[in-house]
Design a protein around this ligand. Structure first.
Ligand code: PLP
Length: 470
């Protein structure tokens, strides 16, 4: 057996030999030499590893044609970028793992201009001297929310950190036990608190916190009364939460600022579009919150960013904190945020121009139309590998926003035939572009809400290919 193996090993072609093969040397026209060499080595290593593990190889493993084919595939694979466009057929609109919000077309155009050239990022054009990068979005944020002052950082976790570090370092922050949450992507209020050097004072119980719980915890060390939007979870049943307005009254009486970490933070009243009422950022400020923070890429529908709004003296203090230099927003993010905010000025077109809002509020009829279009492409599919159905179901907002809201949607279902749901889901994931689906009740589900118009043709093609697998 061992001797046999030696013979097999000797049959593996050499790197130099393969380089002389016309189909391999042709690769140099499109790929750097180093990449081709890497692909050759990976393929040959694969054959050796297989030989060591399995003792036996099939004849095809040694056929030059088969090996060069594998090398060509490997070069294509490793030269592909790691960060790729995927089709989100999960129905979760603000999907944290899939990049949260899709940017508006106007935003993409501005990214090109600002990213591809110099800009007045920190240059005051009227004075001809150094300016502030934050000034580009401050006025817009104030205009849209009626806040006294505004500031932006890298993300909402950074916004919370900057606020706590500035206003409560070495002091106490009172939070209800019912709001000590962990949010997707491992943002934990107690941990952020620890990093800021603020001391967490938990009050109440998981299900009930009363105003007197806050009141009894207040002392000379208290820096902030903090309310945290519980985002991705809900406590239902025997519960009590203190309203922001009550916390504000208490804070005022003791001269302590009240801050709310809104998480998603919306500038739009979704109840106008038939969805659940959630207080808007403006509502929260009107109720008297001294500071609010929220993400740029959740319900706002912009780039990753952390937005801080509130009382002038508090926001000014945060701006002066040296920590903000480490948390500062990048120019590409800044221009994307500015343009997204500019779109908010026109309430009439908002629901069309901002993809996140458009998808959340998309009427069932339109989603159904997308489903029908896809189904039409598939009418010649023979239901051997799977059978195709159109189903009614629900999509989710995601991103910890409006957690209880279920949006009725149209789903294309692939029920297993010769292929299992697991196989189909992973095959679709390996497609180019990858297609991410949901598997529920032994069916692969493609939720049409989060599928973009131009992606329907690709989905149709992928499903046809999947149906033709033998
Ligand atoms: C999402 C969320 C965060 C974290 O925001 P990032 O922008 O992801 O940093 C913080 N707090 C709450 C309540 C959230 O929902």
């Amino acid at each position: 057996m061992k001797n046999d193996k030696q013979i097999w090993f000797k049959k593996i072609p050499s790197v130099d030999g393969l380089l002389l093969d016309p189909s391999i040397s042709a690769l140099f026209a499109d790929y750097p030499r180093s990449l081709v060499l890497k692909a050759i080595r990976l393929v040959l290593d694969g054959i050796r590893a297989k030989l060591i593990k399995e003792d036996m190889l099939v004849a095809a493993d040694f056929e030059i044609k088969e090996i060069t084919q594998r090398i060509i595939q490997k070069v294509e694979l490793i030269s592909r970028p790691n960060l790729r466009h995927v089709i989100n057929a999960t129905g979760v609109v603000v999907h944290t793992n899939l990049g949260r919000s899709i940017l508006a077309e106007a935003v993409i155009n501005r990214l090109e201009t600002i990213g591809g050239g110099y800009s007045n990022l920190e240059y005051d054009l009227s004075q001809g001297k150094r300016g502030s990068r934050y000034s580009h979005v401050e006025d817009l944020l104030i205009e849209l929310t009626s806040a006294e002052a505004a500031m932006v950082v890298n993300n909402n976790a950074a916004a919370v950190l900057a606020a706590l570090d500035t206003l409560a370092k070495g002091r106490e922050v009172i939070v209800s036990r019912g709001q000590l949450v962990e949010i997707g992507g491992s943002f934990r209020i107690p941990d952020v608190m620890g990093k800021s050097g603020a001391k967490l004072v938990e009050v109440g119980t998981t299900n009930k916190t009363h105003l007197h719980d806050y009141e009894e915890a207040i002392n000379l060390e208290t820096g902030i009364l903090l309310k945290v939007h519980t985002s991705n979870f809900q406590i239902i049943g025997f519960t009590h939460e203190v309203a922001l307005s009550e916390m504000v009254k208490l804070g005022r009486a003791h001269g302590i600022p009240v801050m709310e970490d809104l998480g998603s933070g919306s500038l739009v009243d979704f109840s106008k579009y038939g969805l659940t009422k959630e207080p808007t950022v403006k509502d929260v400020l009107k109720e008297g919150a001294d500071l609010v923070t929220f993400s740029g890429d959740k319900l706002l529908g912009g780039p990753q960013a952390g937005i801080i709004l509130g009382k002038k003296e508090l926001v000014s203090a945060i701006k002066k904190n040296q920590l903000c230099r480490a948390l500062r927003i990048d120019k590409l993010t800044l221009v994307a945020l500015e343009e997204t905010l500019r779109l908010y000025r026109d309430e009439k077109t908002l629901m069309e121009t901002i993809p996140t809002l458009k998808m959340i509020c998309q009427p069932f009829d339109l989603i159904n139309k997308k489903g029908k279009r896809l189904l039409q492409m598939l009418d010649e599919v023979i239901p051997l590998n799977f059978s195709i159905t159109i189903l009614d179901g629900f999509s989710k907002v995601g991103g910890g926003a409006l957690p209880s809201m279920e949006l009725s949607s149209c789903l294309l279902g692939l029920a297993p035939g010769r292929l299992s749901t697991g196989f189909m889901a992973s095959w679709l994931r390996a497609y180019n572009p990858p297609i991410i689906v949901r598997v529920e009740k032994e069916t692969v589900l493609l939720d049409m809400r989060t599928v973009q118009e131009k992606e329907i043709v690709i989905l149709g093609q992928a499903i046809k290919e999947l149906a033709e697998l033998v």
